[in-house]
Design a protein around this ligand. Sequence first.
Ligand code: ZN
Length: 682
Amino acid sequence: MKMKKLTFIFMTSLLIACSSQKSTTLAMENFDYTVDRFADIEILRYRVPDFDKLSLQQKELVYYLTQAALEGRDILYDQNNKYNLCIRRTLEAIYTNYNGDRNDPNFERLTTYLKRVWMGNGIHHHYSEDKFVPEFSEKFFTSAILSLDSEVLPLEPGEKPEDLINKLIPVIFDPTVYPKRTNQADGVDLIKTSGNNYYGAGVAQDEVEEFYAKMKDPNDSTPVSYGLNSKVVKENGKLVEKTYKVGGLYSKAIEKIVFWLEKAATVAENDQQKDVITTLIKYYQTGDLKTYDEYSIKWVEDLNSMVDFVNGFTETYGDPLGMKASWESIVNFKNIEATKRTEIISSNAQWFEDHSPVAPEFKKEKVKGVSAKVITAAILAGDCYPATPIGVNLPNANWIRAEYGSKSVTIENITEAYDQASLGNGFAEEFMWSDKERELVKEYGALTDNLHTDLHECLGHGSGKLLPGVDPDALKAYGSTIEEARADLFGLYYMGDKKMLELGLLPDKDAYKAEYYRFMMNGLMTQLTRILPGKDIEEAHMRNRQLIAEWVYEHGKADNVVEFRKREGKTFVVVNDYKKLRDLFGQLLAEIQRIKSTGNFAEARSLVETYGVKVNQPLHTEVLERYKKLNLAPYRGFVNPVYTLEKNAEGKISDVKISYDENYVDQNLRYSREFSNLPTFN
Ligand code: ZN
């Protein structure tokens, strides 16, 4: 499994903060952050501050890149499950055309189900990856389809509405069909038990592992990201790759992406950026992973452009083997003021590497090009929509990171929306031990949370090295949890260092305690609000957080560093000794770096399975009950702003306008109309 730096540091905390620096610069009066609420989801809107301050050429560039971002939408649906496009189109046809009673509870439940499908980019939950349980009846579904003009249904040639119904009913209603999108459970065939569409029918895990092992040359110091942009299928008993490219799999969507990228290239800010875009186009046209690496290097070296983007098959969280990447895009521009903070961190990267508690043989002698900036997202798409990461660190290829560095970003207009929507929601009152912790978090929570993200992305993922000859995929299914733990611990360890005060990154010697407390409370207890009763923890970032919190709790027990305390039958996390807690973070960082550097699969597995997976059942039940009373949505997604080209009398582009008034349903229906590029089955 490849090293997964990236993304997906989803906001775990529901901050109560506050009037911190960043909120005052960003918060806007009368901006309605909350857009929709259904199931376990709240949909928010984010602002794009300073879009108006971009030049016309930059705005135009943003516009073309946002179009390129939206054109890839169908790809992700198909990657997540082969029936997803069919189901989405069928449900949208019902939602749009149904002439029966729209107040019928069955119709309302179908609407909720459709909203969940948009949120998950398919029939599985975006986070738990469990298949949704529909609350409308099979009978209603059948009669609703039969009531429609068959013209509006996504029928295959020769197919009748009855065939469509028979095809979809098991996929939607039978809980044993595709129960899980990405299965990470130990000891079973991860491909056969996963509902996603990265591998064709009858393809087994051991076959795929052998297939790719044969391709890899252990002496290649600049290996391509094998398998990144293809589906593996069986043809005549043999495995073959179907590559995502123009003329290959997903061609119709990729052609549109290329169309807009070509326009973007004409308004690039400089030649370097133009070269980045044209190299990406070349990669989409050829599917050649060497060209992808070439593009990644050019992209990581382009640090001067104001506007930037991610567009492509990028993150491999969705593949249980961690090779195949889901399609995603983010378009953004630099937040100049906030970027000063990350520049301080980056310019001291070598100091941090040299002083970390990791054994010298696992440290980088020279940390290269850890660039970092704070960005303002202009559009979220593919695997970044509606749920989005708040930080990104790319590219993923280890050797490119080692040789050329990586680009790390914190998306501050998204964190701002989270913070603003969380003001005074009762969470801190319910779960924090006392006013002392609440005051700390109120005062420093937003600041330290952003700083932890910066440290995680700019330094954590870029730190350390593998010993010569160690396979970067040696930790297999445990690789991403270990990698995230490494990055989180690097940030946690340094957050409590006096260097933070010296560099002016924290205003007070106690400020770090806000993040420590929140991290421990979340890892030991409150993140369980996202787990269904009786389930284990599966997602890599959640496993990582529990692993860290449980490990330091256990290892600090003798000294009572962190404890669970009870009050009126409720459990609380209390940190008694912050200094010792920091030492424990340092010890675990050294341990995890050693496991990573030596590629010790057995130890990685033991650490993750011992601390990161199993849930404390009675505590879980208690937390769910308390959380339920708060009536909060555990997950959040976003709607995008809408960009419109304005033209003058001669038909020349005179401005790009941004507006924030589209709701969740209208946006998704519009995207399905305007960016519906792929056949229903691919
Ligand atoms: Zn990370």
